[in-house]
Design a protein. Sequence first.
Length: 210
Amino acid sequence: MSTYVLRYFPIKARAEVARILLLASGDKFVDMMPDWPAEKSNQPLGQLPVLIETLEDGTEFELSDSIAIEKYLARKSGLLVKTGPMDTAREDQLSSQIKDVVDMHYAYMFAPEDSRKILEAKYRSNAEAFVKYHEKILLENGSNGHYFGSETTYMDIALFAFITVIRQPSEKAIKDCADYFSESNAPGINKVYETVQASSIAAPYVASLQ
């Protein structure tokens, strides 16, 4: 059985999907916060998160980029969509759209004051388009709490982690940034969130928040 080290900052952001998947797998892992920025140059791309897997024979596998890490862990757990290349492409598209909104969210939070108005407008435009498109996709799948079929997949987990992150209270965040994803504005999205939250896959992660 492999063991893992997940290097990231002590915040809920780009490593939450990885944490959910690692906790669900039951594999041993350690959250590690490198001395930052002193250790920035020691990371593969000078950024976090980074996943380090140690195999039973002692071989180490290092991976960076949040989406690559998520999909690697999801693939190992059999959670990537398996219904053909079109659905795989759709899965890639939808997860990239989550990353786009998260990136805009944090860009605003850490931007200088004179850049925030433009970033806020971009976030609001993107969030509105995100909800419209994802609600359409979820409706086409029967509004059953899943993006694909009737079982929880990586994309459902990614959406759950995204909503968890975006709903964190922060004085630095765009005012009402989570309102786009409220139950009244995004019922399909909230059905996915609630379905994953109640699932056995997310149970260890949900317990860790309490």
